[in-house]
Design a protein around this ligand. Structure first.
Ligand code: ATP
Ligand code: MG
Length: 429
């Protein structure tokens, strides 16, 4: 006797993308590839699995991601600690070092794909989610920081998004951060009574992160804490000003947010986020910044770099709210047939249609006309081509419009000789 099998469900916080929604994903990906190509960014792909120490080193031990969000395990087959990538940057940088990419020139690169973080699932927060990750490796100046931000403004425009705004800050350089850190720890010591447990634990290891708290009881304390921005020296301020000037040239508004520190250790100078009020609590659609120390930290020859990551689920959620969504035509022609001969003819004609650049579906199996028409309707096709006994006998096909938009002077259904069918269809859809 076979034992009944307990149905398997997807893991918590990991979503299936079904064909109806996947069309939006593909449309977005196509837009994104063109948008990136217009700025000279080239695709690269790195593995989903990496050595755990890449992330503990690259992201930093005392960060949300490394402390509590990583999917890590020991690969017992060769006794290695591995981690599902929780973000792209560390892997992209590892690859650029491993392949000596920065040996003779800088690189504008991007990647798209799933990332994994063990978080509490809710709207806009999943355990497997997707990022569009863009990195400018080997570039030092504020011009490239601004280029990335200007690029993003163009993407929002391409997608018809308006309610999305830019927050900007500078984290300065290591020395400036050290001076600020000392002042901040002193301040946190003085306000220990309002700190929650996590903040107390982190105040000496990652005090900057304490200010990034979402705990309402700590907001006043965080608002009045010493600001890193006030510790910036002339060079850092000049870099920041360089970014601001270029944003102004491009007509991009921003808000200086001195509390914007980002969750990862590797940032310096420019950091930014694009946020919206339309997604509830998870309003950050894109975050990025400069990370001049990371390449060296991961064992490469020192080189500056800057990048950002877009959360695809959040972006799609936002796109779904904007009215002018382009509906993707999925299938153009649905072939309906009756009888064995007609079925084989339909398959051959469909191949010819595809040669001519049409998207065609042949009804699979045999069924009555009525149920085939139902499938044709559900397929989203513009036209149905009907091949029955009458058509076979007369060497023709009947063509029927399935959508409302029948042009003036065009009949709902017509008969077309088989030898002219493909050519005429290419003119119709
Ligand atoms: P948050 O403060 O929301 O946790 P983060 O600082 O951890 O964000 P980043 O590491 O900067 O996020 O990742 C870049 C982008 O990826 C975010 O701006 C967001 O759009 C998206 N993102 C981050 N975590 C998740 C998640 N768990 N589910 C879906 N999207 C996410
Ligand atoms: Mg997070």
């Amino acid at each position: 006797m076979t034992q009944s099998f307990q149905k398997v469900r997807a893991l918590t916080g990991m979503k299936d993308v079904l064909p109806d929604t996947s069309a939006q994903w593909e449309a977005l990906e196509a837009t994104v590839r063109e948008w990136l190509a217009a700025y000279g960014y080239r695709n690269m792909r790195t593995p989903v699995l990496e050595h755990t120490r890449l992330f503990t080193r690259g992201i930093g031990e005392v960060t949300d991601i490394v402390e509590k969000e990583m999917y890590s395990f020991t690969d017992a087959l060769n006794d290695e600690r591995l981690t599902m990538r929780p973000e792209f940057t560390a892997g992209m940088v590892r690859a650029s070092i491993e392949h000596n990419m920065l040996y003779d020139r800088p690189h504008r690169v991007y990647a798209m794909g799933p990332v994994f973080r063990h978080e509490k699932p809710q709207r806009g927060r999943y355990r497997q989610f997707h990022q569009i990750d863009v990195e400018a490796l080997g570039f030092a100046g504020p011009d490239i920081d601004a280029e990335l931000i200007v690029m993003l403004a163009r993407l929002w425009k391409l997608l018809g998004l308006t309610d999305i705004r830019l927050e900007l800050n500078s984290l300065g350089q290591a020395g400036e951060r050290a001076a600020h850190r000392a002042a901040l720890i002193e301040y946190l010591e003085q306000h220990k009574d309002v700190l929650d447990e996590e903040a107390r634990r982190r105040m000496h290891t990652n005090p900057l992160r304490v200010l990034d708290t979402k705990n309402p009881a700590m907001q006043d304390m965080a608002d009045n804490a010493p600001r890193l921005f006030d510790f910036l020296g002339a060079d850092s301020l000049a870099h920041f000003q360089g970014v601001c000037d270029r944003l102004q040239d491009a007509g991009i508004a921003y808000r200086l947010n001195p509390r914007l520190v980002r969750g990862l250790d590797y940032y310096n100078l420019t950091v930014f986020e694009w946020v919206t009020d339309r997604l509830g609590a998870q309003g950050t659609v894109c975050g990025g910044g400069r990370y001049d120390g990371l390449i060296e930290l991961l064992g490469g020859k020192p080189a500056p770099a800057v990048g950002f990551a877009i959360g695809v689920e959040r972006l799609l959620d936002l796109c779904a709210q904007s009215a002018d969504q382009a509906a993707l035509p999925e299938c153009q022609v649905y072939l309906i047939h009756q009888g064995a001969e007609a079925q084989r003819l339909a398959a051959q004609l469909a191949e010819k249609m595809r040669d001519a650049g049409l998207r065609a579906i042949v009804h699979a199996g045999s069924a009555g006309f009525k149920s085939q028409f139902k499938r044709a309707d559900a397929s989203g096709a513009t036209l149905a081509v009907i091949l029955g006994d009458d058509e076979i006998a007369s060497g023709t096909a009947s063509v029927k419009w399935l959508r409302e938009q029948v042009a003036e002077g065009q009949s709902q259904q017509e008969t077309i000789p088989l030898d002219r069918l493909v050519t005429e269809l290419t003119l119709k859809v």
